[in-house]
Design a protein around this ligand. Structure first.
Ligand code: SF4
Length: 349
């Protein structure tokens, strides 16, 4: 099927009318309820969040009552939902709304985003669902539905992908009076029909227009970014103390630590190999080793092993320059090496 350029929002709205779950905040669409539900549903399943929503809104039915609660009370009511920062943010939000906005949540998206604890997604969800405005909240469910609907192979999630979806959906949001219904219908379809592992394409209102249209094809989307594998790396470096000074060399101007200075070093995937190699390179097993330590980088888990070696020979270091110990502080050394040098050099100099 050709790439869809229009979204069949009327079919989706009809489906939503008949299949929407009955949820407490959908009775009146009070802005207070919508904010509470959106915050509770972040990182939390609907079935878990529902009883919390009921208890919370009975105890604090509006901004004023919530604003006068104590942090201890709020955290106690939140207990078991996790990510407690959300509860603190709701309390702070209630206080700002009462103290600075006369107890009324602003309906303007530009004002909403300025409020504490509301990010771009929550702001869009509140604008659409509470205030029925043109705003498009893209959560994981919506992203899945649309990446399947368009067979979008962009690595997901990405800004590029979201922009594409916004462009596709904007005419639908502008043309319908029921913007809150459309925003919720997208989420609901993702939760109930276009599910991650078992999409029910045969009962889906979008099937005739969807470029996947079958579970076999649908489960290939969204195309997820694969996490880079973390590789082990041991960096063994030795400060060789010769009568001429300490041999150092500059790293290449690309790759890790570009153009920074380092002593004699071996990098391998295991500590044992690194030690053996560097002892072979320096033709000595008299290296005095300091305790190893580990630092994690994006693609590597690096074990750093530092050694010191007093040595009278200087002919092993053809591509190195020699520096006196007090000159090292002026050099741009690899930061970890500079740090350990400063920590341990006094024992040897
Ligand atoms: Fe998802 Fe299938 Fe519906 Fe397409 S037809 S939106 S893949 S459930």
């Amino acid at each position: 099927m050709a790439e869809p350029t229009e979204f069949p929002h009327i079919k989706l709205l009809n489906w939503f009318k008949h299949h929407a779950r009955s949820l407490p905040w959908r009775k009146e669409y009070r802005p207070y309820d919508i904010v509470m539900s959106e915050m509770m549903l972040q990182q939390t399943q609907m079935v878990t969040a529902l009883p919390y929503f009921e208890r919370w809104t009975q105890r604090w039915p509006n901004w004023e009552s919530l604003a006068s609660a104590s942090e201890d009370e709020v955290l106690g009511m939140w207990e078991g939902l996790g990510y407690y920062q959300r509860a603190r943010r709701l309390l702070k939000l209630a206080q700002v709304i009462v103290n600075e906005h006369g107890g009324t949540l602003p309906s303007n998206e530009a004002q909403l985003i300025q409020l504490p604890g509301l990010g771009p997604y929550t702001t869009a969800a509140i604008s659409a669902i509470a205030f029925n405005q043109v705003a498009f909240p893209i959560d994981g469910n919506v992203r899945r539905v649309l990446s399947r609907f368009c067979s979008d192979a962009t690595l997901s999630p990405s800004r590029l992908q979201d922009e594409r979806f916004e462009k596709l959906m904007l005419p639908s949001f502008k043309s319908t009076q029921n913007k809150r219904g459309l925003a919720q219908a997208m989420m609901e379809l993702g939760a109930l029909v276009c599910s991650p592992k078992k999409p029910q394409c045969d009962t889906c209102p979008l099937q005739r227009d969807c470029s996947c249209a079958s579970p076999e094809k649908a489960i290939l989307f969204p195309v997820k970014k694969t996490k880079a594998k973390i590789k082990p790396l041991t960096v063994c470096y030795v400060w060789v103390l010769t009568p001429k000074g300490i041999p150092l060399r500059q790293r290449p101007n690309n790759g890790r630590f570009p153009s920074q200075w380092e002593p004699v070093v071996i990098e391998t995937d295991s500590e044992k190999n690194a030690t053996e190699h560097i002892e072979g390179k320096l033709r000595s097993s008299d290296i005095i080793w300091k305790p190893t330590f580990i630092r994690n980088f994006t693609q590597f888990k690096v074990t750093w092993k530092e050694g010191f070696l007093p040595m009278s020979k200087t002919n092993l270091f053809k591509n190195y320059e020699f520096f006196q110990p007090d000159e090292l502080k002026k050099l741009n050394l690899v930061p970890v090496m500079a740090k350990t040098w400063n920590l341990h050099q006094a024992e040897f100099i």
